[in-house]
Design a protein around this ligand. Structure first.
Ligand SMILES: [Zn+2]
Ligand SMILES: [Zn+2]
Length: 195
């Protein structure tokens, strides 16, 4: 099979054949596809796009003098942990993409460093590296379950959202501690309902 020699295999869902687009500048084509995450993206346990999930791509491919310009959006689901209260959280991340894939013989190719520009290889483009790079940068550094998450009590580790109003840990004189404990054991309703 001639494809075996190609670094960009069209069986790879991230690889797009641009021949359909044509090379005349100005030609364009919409491209919607979803492609699988093959290696987890982000920081596992903190915030990540999990392996096996799908990334939705909504793109416009345009033929330009230098190559093929790809613009559009990519969106993915994220899983992680709130960095204040440690609750598991899920969310979505969406990024804007703008990437030029240069023709091998173009002047862009001749005037830029090897790694600075994406290339067409056999008229094909590989969307995976650019989407991965952009998504990783778009993940929140400090993921939160909500903007106003109060986090945890530093003394007992309880979630502020679950703790009683006025929750606190005043340092109690050991001589009073026993008395306080006896109050805590009192039946519900308090001392007014003593038998
Ligand atoms: Zn939280
Ligand atoms: Zn506490």
């Amino acid at each position: 099979m001639p494809d075996d020699k190609s670094p960009l295999d069209t069986r790879n869902p991230w690889v797009v054949d641009t021949r359909e687009l044509g090379r005349r500048p100005g030609l364009s084509r919409d491209l919607r596809l979803s492609a699988p995450v093959r290696t987890e993206l982000g920081v596992p346990g903190v915030i990540a796009v999990p392996k096996g999930s799908e990334i939705e791509l909504d793109l416009l491919l345009e033929s330009v003098v230098e190559g093929v310009l790809v613009t559009g959006t990519a969106s993915a689901h994220t899983t992680g942990e709130c960095s204040r209260c440690l609750d598991p959280i899920g969310g979505d991340v969406e990024i804007d993409l703008t990437e030029l894939f240069a023709y091998p013989e173009s002047t862009t190719e001749a005037t830029t460093e090897e790694d600075e520009v994406s290339h067409l290889i056999n008229d094909r483009i590989d969307l995976e590296p650019i989407v991965r790079d952009a998504l990783v940068l778009a993940l929140p550094q400090v993921p939160l379950c909500s903007e106003d998450c109060a986090g945890l009590c530093p003394e007992c580790g309880g979630k502020w959202a679950d703790l009683k109003p006025g929750h606190g840990h005043e340092t109690i004189d050991p001589r009073w501690a026993a008395l306080v404990e006896r109050f805590d054991d009192a039946p519900a309703g308090g001392p007014d309902q003593e038998a």
